[in-house]
Each structure stands twice: as C-alpha cells, then as structure tokens.
Design a protein around this ligand. Structure first.
Ligand code: NDP
Length: 450
C-alpha cells in the first residue's frame, strides 16, 4: 500500500470500534497505528458496559440472599462491602485493558499513549509533538456524558465517577430516564441507597415498548425507587456539611449526598482538528458518515459513538470490522446493517428488546397481532417475591412474520440474544409455535403464546 505514508491506517481512539478496526486492518496486512489518550479499551471496558455489568451482578445478591430464606437457607451476618466490590471490579477492568493492549501488540499495531489531532492532509500530530502521516485515518473517539448547564453543575458526578466512589451515598439523585439512569438506580437501590430518579419528560426509556416501561416503573417503585417527572435542574448548592441541596422544577429543594447525571452522551470531537481538513459534523456534533463509515473527506472514516448512529458497543465493533474489511480486506466493501439491533437495559429486573414496539408496528404496518405473557417466574413464586415478568411478541398480521419481541424479567437479555436471531431471520409466529418448549423455563413462554 501507499508507502508514501508512515502508516496505512491511523486510528484515533482505542475503544471497542477503534481496537477492532485496527487489529483487523493489521491482520489484512496494513501498517497500523492507534492513539489513545486514556486507557485502551474505551468506554465499554473501562467505564461502561463491563464494570457496570459487574456491579449489576454484585447488586443482585441483595435480592438473592433475601430470597434464599424461602429456599431453606439461613445466612447470618450478611454484610455488603462496597470498597471490596469496587476494587474487584477495577482489578478486572485493568486485566481486560491489558488484554486489549495485548491484542494490538500481537497484531503489530503501534500504540501511542497520547492525544492525536489531524493537522493537515493525511497528517496527524501527537501531543508529544511527533508528526506522522497515514493513507487512511479512522476516528473512533466515542462520546462522553452530557452535563446540562445550570448553576451548581460542578457538584454532579456521571457514571464515569460512579465506579470509583469512596463510599456509597445514603441518598442519591439520578437525573435522566434512560439506560444509565435506570441501570444505576437499580444498582444503588440494591446496595441500600435511597434513590430518586428525576427526568425532564414524563417517561423513562422512551425507545422501549410502553408496557415494559410501565412494568419497570411499577417494579422499581415497589423496590423503593422514587421517580420525579418534568423535573429539570434549577440549581444545586453545596452545603457546609458537604451535602447537596437540589432544586428541581416543580419540586421543593431537597438534600442528597450525591447527584449523578445520566442525560445522554455527546460525541468527542473537540481538539481532533476536524476543521483543519473540513470533516463535516451534524447538529449534535456527531461526525457525519455514509453507509461505509466514510466522512465527506475521502480518506477519513469514523465508527462508533462519535457518529451517533446506534450508541451500542457491538454496533461500534461491527462498524470497525466492516470498515477494516472493506478498506483493507480482499473482498468487496460492505456496510453494516443497522436494522433489528437487539438491546437490553440491565435494570432490576432487566429489559430486552428487538425490532418494532407495539406502537411502532401499529404505525408502520397497521394490521398487527400482539401476543402477551404476563407471569410470575417460578423462583419469584417460591421466594414470595411479587414481581411479574412480561413478554410481548408483535406479529405482522399480513404474513405472520414476527417484527418485535419485548421482555422484562430475570435473564431476559440472555434469552433475547437467541430470540433476536429468529426475528432478524424473518421467522413467523408459526415457526415459534412449531418449536417444542423447554419446561420449566421462563423462555418457554416465547413458544407458548396464545
Ligand atoms: P439515554 O439516551 O438512554 O437517556 C437520556 C435521558 O436523559 C432521557 O431520559 C432524556 O430525556 C434525558 N435527557 C437528554 N438530554 C437531556 C438534557 N439536556 N437535560 C436533561 N435531560 C436530558 O442516555 P444515557 O445517558 O442513559 O445513555 C447514553 C447511551 O449509552 C444510550 O443511548 C445507550 O445507547 C448507551 N448505553 C447503553 C447501555 C446498554 O446497552 N445496556 C447501558 C448504558 C448506556 P427524555 O426522556 O426526554 O428523552
């Protein structure tokens, strides 16, 4: 390839998308460098999906230990040690960071542990002052938490800091009603913190099926989480004793020990030198790309959250893979299919979904059939836990094709991964009906819908 340049590919950002693209490009024979100013692994590994899931596991023991009594177990002296869980999680994050670094070095990718910016045509300047050139540049810098503007916003934390707290707050206010707000509300609540969620609108998890959202809201309230709607920050005042006095619209001022914002994420584009070469960005600051992740500049590409297409790790990984195969591989270029992407919210209990919600299907298809199973999982019955699961299947009445599956209940993300294959493959309700149930499971409800 173009030996006129120092590298065939220079990737800015060693997160999920950047690492996948870099190692695959290198495996195709490209000379690759990647710059990372913080830790290799990016949001997912260092301060997102992975450590969050470990906290979810840790938190869920609160209910499991409680339920264990009904299954005959006596557990004396149970106690939760936040510092121990926090440190175990960070130890594993460091292990994974090492593995990601190892992957890059195994593929002979040059890693620069510093910031990089585009400073001219095919030219990158590193924080140390070193200047390199590359035939292709990939921007995979991800996104960061959005902190709304209001007096006192310097006192809030985001999910980034939540993983490193010295102690657990006795009372925490979480602003936002999306993925992060509901996942961390569940985690802190299980650890015994008094959790309040405040969202600007009148709903949580806007993109999910309304029946599941209602079910999560109802279960979360029974577990002790307080929800405030149409509540936006007016101001926060730090008091002499360190507590935070928070005034939200329509609410009396209230005291908390910590305030966390989870109000969406903004693409990381500052200081990348995009203006130096004229890379086009959109309204939210996202880098505008075509189906092949190419920007308006022929040799510059972007993948993952910085493009604000579908802000999910597995999607960023697919985009990185497709970019590397298309630009450096032997085959034809191909684009990532962003349709029918399954997703999950690791709340307590979790939600999982694929395809159209009932209202989306009604609007786009008109004539649909909706099947529903509303049941109490066997384990909850024995435990005396009055918590019901809800599964929904949305079917196109014209051809019996399943266009959406939505679940809230224990292990629903685990069950959904397999069900999503069927929906993606365009299977019908009759195909599900023809499949024999595995009994007794929760998942069998998927093939028993009447
Ligand atoms: P989400 O987009 O899920 O939710 C944002 C929430 O904040 C919404 O309730 C929204 O309100 C509110 N909001 C948005 N902007 C503002 C603002 N300016 N002021 C006040 N409130 C605001 O964002 P998250 O931060 O929870 O997560 C970011 C992204 O990370 C997600 O979109 C998701 O793609 C990804 N993620 C995925 C996870 C998973 O797959 N399990 C886990 C965690 C994150 P409204 O209700 O009005 O829209």
């Amino acid at each position: 390839m173009a030996d006129a340049y120092d590298f065939d590919l220079f990737t800015i950002g060693a997160g999920s998308g950047g690492v996948r693209a870099s190692r695959v490009a290198a495996a195709h024979g490209a000379r690759v460098a990647v710059a990372e100013e913080y830790r290799v692994g990016g949001t997912c590994v260092i301060r997102g999906c992975v450590p969050k899931k470990m906290l979810v596991y840790g938190a869920h023991f609160a209910e499991d230990l409680e339920d264990a009594k009904s299954f005959g177990w006596t557990i004396e002296g149970k106690r939760f040690d936040w510092a121990r869980l926090r440190d175990s999680v960070q130890t594993d994050v460091t292990r994974l960071e090492g593995l990601y670094g190892q992957t890059l070095s195994n593929h002979k990718v040059t890693v620069f542990n510093e910031r990089a910016a585009i400073t001219g045509d095919h030219q990158i300047t590193l924080a140390s002052g070193k200047v390199v050139t590359a035939a292709h540049i990939l921007i995979a810098t991800g996104a960061r938490p959005l902190i709304p503007e209001f007096p006192g916003n310097e006192h809030v934390i985001t999910s980034n800091e939540a993983f490193h707290l010295d102690t657990l707050p006795r009372r925490i206010l979480i602003a936002g009603g999306g993925y992060i707000a509901n996942e961390f509300a569940g985690i802190f609540n299980e650890f015994g913190c008094k959790v309040t969620i405040a969202n600007r609108s009148d709903t949580i998890l806007r993109s999910y099926d309304a029946a599941l959202r209602d079910r999560l809201l109802q279960i979360s309230m029974v577990k002790g989480i307080t929800f405030l709607f149409h509540a936006e920050f007016e101001h926060i005042e730090k008091q002499a004793d360190g507590t935070l006095l928070v005034k939200l619209t329509g609410q009396e001022a209230c005291e908390y020990d910590a305030v966390m914002v989870a109000t969406g994420r903004v693409p990381n584009i500052e200081g990348l030198g995009l203006e130096a070469v004229g890379v086009e960005t959109g309204k939210k600051g996202e880098i505008v790309v075509d189906a092949f992740s190419k920007t308006n500049i022929d040799y510059i590409y972007a993948v993952g959250d910085v493009t604000d297409r579908v802000q999910l790790t597995p999607v960023a990984i697919r985009e990185g893979q497709a970019f590397a195969d298309s630009v450096f591989g032997p085959g034809e270029p191909y684009a990532v299919d962003h349709s029918c992407v399954p997703s999950a919210v690791f709340s307590h209990p979790p939600i999982a979904a694929v395809g159209l919600t009932e209202s989306e299907a009604r609007n786009s298809l008109g004539n649909i059939k909706v099947y529903q199973a509303d049941f109490r999982p066997m384990k909850n019955v024995v435990a005396g836990r009055n918590e019901r699961s809800l599964y929904k299947m949305i079917v196109d009445a014209a051809n019996d094709r399943i266009v959406g599956i939505h679940m809230i209940g224990p292990d629903s993300p685990e069950i959904m991964q397999a069900a999503a294959i069927a929906v993606k493959a365009g299977l019908t309700k009759a195909d599900f009906d023809a499949t024999v149930a595995i009994h007794p499971t929760m998942a069998e409800e998927l093939v028993l819908f009447k």
